[in-house]
Design a protein around this ligand. Structure first.
Ligand code: GLA
Length: 372
């Protein structure tokens, strides 16, 4: 019998039998339930109403989703647009949630003027790196002491083996790996006590992990070892396998990096091999789409979340945090990707902010853990 889980279980039962002060939802709090295992978060902008109540009730952290990305912050080379960023940090604090910063450098959601300059070689390598250094020092410095964890570099690694370890993007094309090394250096200098993470997807694939470990070794050699690795967790009903997820968690932790599950969601549409992910528009007549989730798929989603959380609980010593990528189904980016306008149902709460069978499945895994 695990005493910590027994205690948690009692708290879960108590909170399940009490009405939420926020409204009619009697469901137990996720962050309260998993308090002895890992932190729980949502990646979201400022939300209100029932979605905000879900944040209040179920999370101990919130990740900034798009609010701190370079594109909205940097309308031009020397200007900062702090309005939304400051509002987001103030909102997180007003709810008593730890704000997590995302992301200092990424190939997407960069200001268009910067990408144009980099692609047309209208900016030198040295000037691009100087801009990045100033960007990171200013942003991390502004929220020093308030934002204690940052996704420093997002998605730097190539998807396929055989070429460069880095993906083909404006930053790597102009600066090579130096932009990754410098990003950690600038963030470390701006806030020596912040927890600095590297964040990516497909780390469940052994060859992408090999590229990850090589990059981490270079950071370590430069004295800039990250404080953890973010496994994004944009998964589907069928993939990746639980075995592949487990290998990623175990190997990344064994290499010395606490694991953060940073962007968890489970698409109810499998990404068939060869699917054209560049095609954006949803064609209701020919594309598979569930306006309302059929019972059978709802059950598959619950089973999948149960298996995922069973694994997370097994490795809770290695996992610091599990963050869902948005709060409820209506807010998910997957309603517009890869097909714009196709309804998806990837989270624990539906469009009416009600817990789905997947929520119950996750909570009941915890009760089983307590009974061991
Ligand atoms: C990536 C990024 C996130 C977000 C998602 C899609 O995973 O890290 O910030 O943009 O894509 O919403």
């Amino acid at each position: 019998m695990n005493a910590a889980h027994l205690f948690t279980c009692a708290a879960v039962i108590l909170s399940a039998s009490a009405k939420s002060s926020a409204g009619p939802n009697p469901e137990p709090s996720l962050s309260g339930s998993f308090a002895f295992d890992f932190a729980i978060g949502f990646g979201t902008g400022v939300v209100s109403g029932d979605s905000e109540e879900l944040v209040r009730r179920h999370a101990s952290t919130v990740t900034s989703e798009n609010s701190l990305k370079p594109a909205p912050l940097r309308p031009d080379r020397d200007t900062w647009n702090w309005k939304n960023a400051d509002a987001w940090v103030a909102w997180a604090k007003s709810l008593g949630k730890e704000p997590i910063g995302h992301t200092l450098v990424w190939c997407y959601m960069q200001p268009k003027w910067l990408v144009d300059l980099m692609e047309k070689k209208g900016i030198s390598r040295a000037d691009a790196l100087a801009w990045q250094d100033n960007h990171i020092r200013t942003l991390v410095g502004r929220y020093r002491g308030e934002i204690k964890t940052w996704d420093v570099v997002n998605e730097a690694l190539a998807d396929k083996a055989g070429g460069s370890d880095l993906r083909d993007d404006p930053w790597s094309n102009l600066c090579g790996e130096d932009y990754v090394i410098q990003a950690f250096q600038s963030a470390r200098a701006a806030d020596p006590s912040a927890r600095l993470l590297y964040n990516d997807y497909n780390l469940e694939q052994p060859d992408k992990r090999a590229r990850l470990f090589r990059m981490l070794d270079h950071l370590k050699a430069a004295g800039l070892n990250p404080d953890g690795v973010g496994i994004q967790g944009h998964w589907t009903l069928g993939s990746p396998s639980i075995g592949d997820i487990e290998a990623a968690i175990v190997e990344i932790y064994a290499a010395g990096y606490p694991v953060h599950i940073t962007e968890l969601d489970v698409s109810v549409y499998d990404w068939e091999p060869g699917a054209n992910l560049q095609r954006r528009d949803f064609a209701p007549a020919s594309d598979l789409a569930y306006e309302k989730l059929p019972d059978e798929i709802q059950q598959r989603l619950a089973d999948r979340y149960r298996d995922i959380f069973r694994l997370f609980l097994k490795h809770s010593d290695k996992i610091e945090r599990v963050t869902f990528w948005n709060v409820d189904d209506g807010l998910s980016w997957l309603n517009n990707w890869p097909l714009r306008g196709r309804p998806n149902h990837p989270l624990l709460f539906d469009r009416q902010q009600q817990p789905k069978p997947a929520f119950q499945a996750v909570i009941s895994e915890l009760s089983k853990e307590a009974a061991k």
